[in-house]
Ligand binder design. Structure first.
Ligand SMILES: [Zn+2]
Length: 287
């Protein structure tokens, strides 16, 4: 009889590499994206294959400037204009961080000097000038560089007698530039007037989101105003309006479909149809 056996050795717990697990989870999570309109969890690759459109509700996710160029302009036809204009921190503005530091950080991240890319390209063979907002650069805010580049594009349109299309995606004016940012609204509006006086068309394409000073100037001044499905378009955000008027806002308030119903925009066009639709409109107007 054995009274005292050899004590069973406990197996050591397998050490969990926390860092590795977090990385793995992050990697898995980055494969999925939540639709901000219908809340559906979507496989990113599938959304990308669908031109960044929600497979369930047709919400159009914001896209990069490069993707916009690829989707809209004939291959190899796009040439950037005024690319060397960069911002200046003339107010020496500082909130939690200085404007200068914020700019440098964003420029490094986004790899461009400011929040708009302007250029010349062809849409199904038709020459157009364009300005495309980059929302990833400080929320596509309208600062003095954005205003200047768009003004020059519109003036080039008037001079060369070319149509201009602006793709808007912006949170509004850039508060770090104070009044200099606000005056861009009237500057751009004046340039739109000069283009229109040459009988050249100006088309605005409003994408999610288009707000504040951008809506209140170039956004709503298009001869034809096009919006992408379910895009939020407005001046102040819905929360501010709700708190100010102390009333419940109607269903779909400030969405493209609501604006179309109330006569604020001319048409809603799917990204898949936009190039064809733009070239049809331009052909009709220019013929
Ligand atoms: Zn959706």
């Amino acid at each position: 009889m054995i009274f005292f056996g050899k004590k069973k050795e406990k197996k050591p717990h397998k050490e969990i590499d926390i860092k590795k697990e977090i990385k793995k989870a992050e990697k898995e999570e980055s494969l999925w994206i939540k639709c901000s309109s219908c809340q559906e969890l979507l496989y990113i690759k599938e959304v990308e294959r669908n031109q960044h459109i929600c497979l369930k509700c047709e919400y159009h996710f914001p896209i990069s400037v490069e993707n916009r160029i690829k989707l809209t302009f004939d291959e190899g036809s796009f040439n950037e204009l005024f690319g060397s204009i960069g911002p200046v921190d003339f107010l020496k503005f500082k909130d939690t961080k200085s404007y200068k530091a914020r700019l440098e950080e964003t420029q490094e991240q986004v790899k461009r000097p400011d929040a708009v890319v302007c250029g010349h390209g062809k849409i199904n063979g038709i020459d157009v000038l364009t300005a495309i907002f980059d929302f990833s650069f400080m929320g596509g805010s309208l600062g003095s560089v954005v205003g200047e580049k768009i003004t020059r594009t519109l003036e080039a349109g008037a001079e060369k007698r070319l149509p201009v299309i602006i793709f808007c995606a912006s949170g509004g004016a850039r508060m770090q530039e104070g009044i200099m940012s606000l005056m861009q609204m009237s500057k751009v509006s004046g340039a739109i007037y000069r283009l229109k006086s040459t009988k050249m068309p100006y088309i605005s394409v409003l994408t999610d989101p288009t707000l504040g000073g951008v809506t209140a100037s170039m956004g709503m001044l298009g001869d034809i105003i096009i919006a992408e499905p379910k895009a939020m378009i407005g001046f102040a955000g819905p929360r501010v309006i709700k708190e100010t008027i102390k009333e419940e806002l109607p269903q779909g308030f400030q969405r493209a479909e609501y604006l179309l119903e109330h006569g604020m925009i001319d048409m809603i066009v799917s990204r898949k149809e936009l190039k064809r639709q733009l070239s049809t409109l331009l052909k009709l107007i220019l013929s």
